[in-house]
Design a protein around this ligand. Structure first.
Ligand SMILES: C[S@@+](CC[C@H](N)C(=O)[O-])C[C@H]1O[C@@H](n2cnc3c(N)ncnc32)[C@H](O)[C@@H]1O
Length: 289
């Protein structure tokens, strides 16, 4: 890997050449924009009008290392240490899942459903970076927002993200699989979760970017019980979701009907529906108690 010179245009060509086997051209453009913005504070106009400028040695090195890591499939968000979710900046590291656009849709769905509701309590189960509770609290400062995760390192990141975005969320280190741990959590008007749901047998077909870098505790469940988290959260709702309260799940379309059957079979919800994401895939479940 060699850069022709430290001219901006040569660095851009370097990214295009080195990454062409790993990313589509449109993705490379996005990566170039994000990397230059992060390391050199260039916007997309700067990339054009300053293309013959020379980069200093330190900026050149940062951009070079970034490209090298990208070629090894490391996700851009982990290299930069941050991402944007629902218009807010979130710190991310290897202890948290990189928030996905579908999860932004989940946040949007909850905010739309509750437009006229000022006071309510909400719990996010398996919060990771804290993207769901922080975005909700930022848009609804009067809500009482709580979140749990089994990973202390993830919770540390989530707490930093609440601070970064200037909002207060109650974080608890707890497992949703342990009734003893969650018993004292209290009751909520909304429970939301994007839990781990990828069966181990799917690992072989997954992209290196995901399976080699994202935390396995956030991704995988045992093949024998892919619905483990959904079942436990539905059970949790029996004692911790208020009457007329709502449960929201993000889910894998292949399990959608099975999860709906679980929710209906628990005989606590008056309405259970599956909803599509913007790509037209069934991606969410909403249940009203
Ligand atoms: C798919 S990630 C979702 C992260 C975040 N909510 C998002 O949407 O980007 C699942 C999260 O569940 C957490 N988790 C795994 N097992 C758990 C358990 N038993 N109890 C609570 N959280 C758990 C993981 O640490 C991870 O942060």
């Amino acid at each position: 890997m060699r850069v022709a010179s430290n001219k901006v245009q040569d660095l851009i060509s370097f990214y295009q050449n080195e990454l062409k086997e790993v990313y589509a051209p449109g993705e490379i453009n996005f990566i170039v924009q994000q990397s230059f913005k992060h390391f050199v504070n260039f916007n997309s106009t700067d990339l054009i009008i300053k293309k013959n400028d020379n980069l200093n040695q330190s900026d050149l090195l940062h951009l070079y290392d970034c490209c090298k890591a990208l070629k090894e499939h490391k996700p851009l968000q982990y290299i930069l240490g941050e991402t944007v979710f629902y218009g807010l900046t979130f710190k991310v590291d290897a202890s948290v899942l990189i928030p996905r656009p579908e999860t932004e849709e989940l946040v949007e769905l909850i905010l739309k459903d509750t437009q006229r509701v000022d006071r309510l309590s909400i719990l996010d189960i398996g919060t990771g970076s804290g993207c769901i509770p922080v975005s909700l609290k930022k848009n609804k400062p009067e809500w009482e927002v709580s979140a749990i995760d089994i990973s202390k390192n993830a919770l540390d990141v989530a707490k930093q993200n609440a601070e970064l975005n200037n909002c207060s969320v109650n974080f608890f280190l707890k497992s949703i699989l342990s009734e003893r741990e969650y018993a004292e959590l209290g009751n909520f008007d909304i429970i939301v979760s994007n839990p781990p749901y990828i069966a181990r047998q799917e690992e072989a077909q997954m992209h290196e970017r995901v399976k080699n870098y994202e935390p396995h505790i956030a991704l995988f469940v045992e093949d024998s019980d892919a619905l483990l988290f959904y079942r436990n959260i539905i059970d949790f709702c029996k004692t911790h979701l208020n009457i007329n309260g709502q449960l929201y799940f993000e889910l894998n379309p292949i399990y959608a009907n099975a999860i709906k059957t679980l929710a209906e079979g628990s005989e606590q919800f008056k309405e259970v529906s599956l909803l599509k994401d913007l790509s037209g895939n069934i991606r969410f479940l909403k249940a009203i108690k």
